[in-house]
Design a protein around this ligand. Structure first.
Ligand code: ZN
Length: 155
């Protein structure tokens, strides 16, 4: 391993530690339009995700509560950070990209620079048991958006 790779891994580890210790968007969202529960029994990670989607189909705000390992909390924090402000279809596209990349690897995909900081999670690919920790929040996002209770947007 080169020093540069080592430095990048340190940087990413710091980012994950930072997000797990000081999660963004942590807490309950009282006026959520979408919610979903996520459970990862393998590790004991649990979270509840709250989304508020506006009339234009944009995720106006998001939050989560729950408990779990550092990876799951950091991933939920990064996820809510990433999707807040995005149209629902873009958030769904992120879900597909992230879960695919974590499960199968997709290092060549740089088409969405907004996802760059999520590369912090790429390290979990070396630890297959932790992949579910990292994808849990994204699975919750997907199920929250699937159980759509808001009026459909015009396409
Ligand atoms: Zn976990």
């Amino acid at each position: 391993m080169s020093d540069l790779q080592g430095d990048m891994q340190d940087l990413y580890r710091e980012l994950i530690l930072d997000h797990s210790r000081n999660p963004r968007h942590f807490g309950r969202l009282s006026d959520a339009t979408h919610t979903a529960d996520g459970i990862n029994p393998l590790c004991g990670d649990k979270l509840k995700l709250y989304l508020r989607v506006d009339g234009q189909g944009r995720i106006e705000s998001s939050s989560f509560e729950g408990s779990g390992c550092a990876i799951s909390v950091a991933s939920a924090s990064l996820m809510t950070d990433t999707v807040t402000g995005l149209p629902v279809d873009q958030a769904e596209a992120c879900f597909e990209k992230i879960t695919q990349r974590l499960q199968d690897g997709d290092p060549a995909d740089n088409s969405n620079p907004g996802l760059e900081k999520l590369r912090a999670l790429d390290g979990v690919r070396d630890f297959p048991a932790r992949i579910k920790c990292a994808t849990l929040a994204w699975q919750a996002l997907h199920s929250a958006l699937e159980n759509d209770t808001t009026p459909a947007t015009t396409e």
